[in-house]
Design a protein around this ligand. Structure first.
Ligand SMILES: C[S@@+](CC[C@H](N)C(=O)[O-])C[C@H]1O[C@@H](n2cnc3c(N)ncnc32)[C@H](O)[C@@H]1O
Length: 231
């Protein structure tokens, strides 16, 4: 079991290491739409700590740093982290980076925002509970998670072999269930066309924004929530 896991991680790492060594940014340098939603939900009007899990080449991490968030980002691919640093230097901002495997790494410090795009399908299903609980318990009161995950749908063909990279599609809706005790700002499902591997295909994606209103939440925050969300 351990050997299979190690092999899967090695394949995955090799793929991204190779791709990220190319000069061009394979995911581009413009931020994902979700970054703007984060800005709306929790604007950086005071110092806010943000963690980008699986930052890739850093387009989103650098965007957040440019907007004034205090950004930490990690990925398993060293070449991606180097590109992240280069992009940050170019924008004259700082992004704290470190290399880590999300399957082993557990948070021991809290963030105001945990952001994770296009990565959670690399978590083996049997590790999901532990990792999601670790992330949840390390978001400050009033903070948010912004996460998306590829999901399986009977009407969508599995991704082409060269895009699967030992990934594990989630069941539609299951990301939401991890946040049943948080305030769900929004949860949506999208189907979109993709041609990243040169073979035209579709993906289904669940996109979640949830806020940690826990027992430390101030009454004034809850009153404001009631006023702004009258049905
Ligand atoms: C589809 S890319 C998304 C990159 C970035 N979040 C973005 O949206 O541009 C998936 C990323 O997950 C990273 N990754 C895959 N397996 C990982 C693991 N076990 N630990 C940490 N990062 C991993 C890859 O290196 C890659 O950068």
């Amino acid at each position: 079991m351990r050997e299979i896991l190690a092999q899967n991680i090695a394949d995955n790492t090799t793929f991204y290491e190779t791709e990220y060594k190319k000069e061009s940014y394979i995911w581009g340098i413009n931020p994902n739409h979700s970054c703007f939603r984060v800005m709306e939900l929790i604007p950086p009007t005071k110092p806010l700590k943000l963690l980008d899990v699986g930052c890739g080449e850093g387009k989103d991490a650098v965007f957040f740093a440019r907007c004034g968030y205090d950004v930490t980002a990690f990925d398993i691919a060293e070449a991606g982290l180097e590109k992240t640093k280069r992009l940050a230097d170019k924008a004259r901002v700082h992004v704290r980076t470190f290399r880590s495997n999300l399957l082993d790494f557990r948070l021991d410090e809290k963030y105001d925002i945990i952001y994770c795009s296009g990565v959670l399908h690399y978590i083996k299903p049997e590790l999901r509970n532990e990792i999601m609980e670790n992330y949840k318990s390390n978001v400050n009161s009033g903070g948010i998670v912004a996460m998306n995950v590829f999901v399986e749908k009977p009407f969508i063909a599995p991704p082409p072999e060269n895009e699967a990279h030992h990934s594990y599609l989630w069941k539609s809706g299951s990301l939401l269930t991890y946040f049943h005790d948080w305030y769900v700002e929004s949860f949506k499902e999208y189907v979109y066309d993709c041609n990243s591997s040169g073979v035209s295909h579709k993906h289904a994606l669940n996109v979640l924004f949830a806020r940690n209103y826990d027992h430390n939440t101030k009454r004034t925050d809850l009153n404001a929530l009631q006023r702004s969300h009258q049905p």
